[in-house]
Write a protein that binds this ligand. Structure first.
Ligand code: FAD
Length: 244
């Protein structure tokens, strides 16, 4: 059983690009419809093989699945514009709807616990919001028993904030969901915190054993966050992270 599951997620599958939409000049959402249903847990990733000019082993990139599992099996990925990035340049300048790519997965263990018996605090920056978004929507859409949920999101500026309206409406609808954000490049006069660190360091200054942190972002952001949380007194087992 394990063997067949393992080999299944290593199989490449064609996936058609059904839609491409930019939510800002630097953030692109791409929807893919795989030829076979890919069963995944929210928070997991796929590998995408791109027809870029590179040897086969370096033509693939990992992307977090940004949506919760949907009945039609469509997968959404979010890609920030990274100037000069080989995959990024392809995804922004050459990929068009209708085109077919090869994907495989799911991969990764940045997923929800079987039983949510702790408060969940998601700390994410930029498009590394994708796995947190899939998990949060899944919890509410499936009415999973849960405690408090807090999303702390950091973006460069108000125009690169991702999916804000979704989280504002969740926070309006569910009293146990909170949404906080910071802008690293907004003028200081905006009154917003500049970094996600400022938010969780203040709000979770008193360590508690009943919190599970999900941290996703760049290697540097992860390193700083894990270090800060441990310095506050949180146990390493209370911190899950995904470097994106
Ligand atoms: C588990 C996992 C999940 C991932 N999920 C996503 C995702 O959801 N969306 C996504 O766009 N990418 C994601 N990535 C990163 C993705 O696989 C590529 O590495 C990324 O798109 C850059 O590829 P590239 O070929 O365009 O740039 P490269 O040619 O590989 O790199 C160009 C330059 O950009 C820098 N760089 C690479 N990634 C980033 C970044 N995210 N931000 C700023 N600078 C960067 C590199 O250090 C290098 O200097 C994920 C990676 C992992 C391991």
């Amino acid at each position: 059983m394990t063997q067949s599951l393992l080999s299944h997620n290593r199989l490449w599958t064609p996936a058609r690009v059904t839609e491409i939409k930019d939510s800002s000049s630097r953030i692109r959402h791409i929807w893919l419809k795989p030829a076979r249903h890919i069963s995944y847990k929210p928070g997991q990733n796929i590998e995408v093989e791109l027809p870029i000019d590179a040897p086969a082993r370096v033509r693939k990139r990992t992307y977090a699945i940004a949506n919760m599992p949907s009945p039609d099996g469509t997968l959404e990925i979010c890609v920030p514009y990274i100037e000069g990035g080989q995959a990024t340049e392809y995804l922004y300048k050459e990929l068009v709807p209708g085109q077919e790519l090869r994907i495989r997965g799911p991969l990764g263990r940045f997923t929800l616990p079987d039983k949510i018996d702790k408060d969940l605090v998601f700390i994410a920056i930029g498009t590394a919001l994708a796995p947190a978004r899939a998990m949060i929507h899944y919890i509410f859409a499936h009415n999973l028993p849960h405690k408090q949920i807090h999303l702390i999101f950091g973006s460069r500026s108000p125009d690169s904030i991702l999916c804000a309206s979704e989280f504002i409406s969740l926070a309006t609808k569910y009293s146990e969901f909170r949404y906080s954000f910071s802008y690293s490049q907004a003028p200081n006069s905006s009154g917003q915190p500049r970094y996600v660190h400022e938010i969780y360091m203040e709000e979770y200054a008193e360590p508690r054993p009943d919190i599970l942190f999900y941290v996703s972002g760049s290697p540097r952001m992860i390193e700083e966050t894990v270090e800060n949380l441990q310095r506050l007194g949180y146990a390493r087992e209370q911190i899950k992270y995904e470097m994106i």
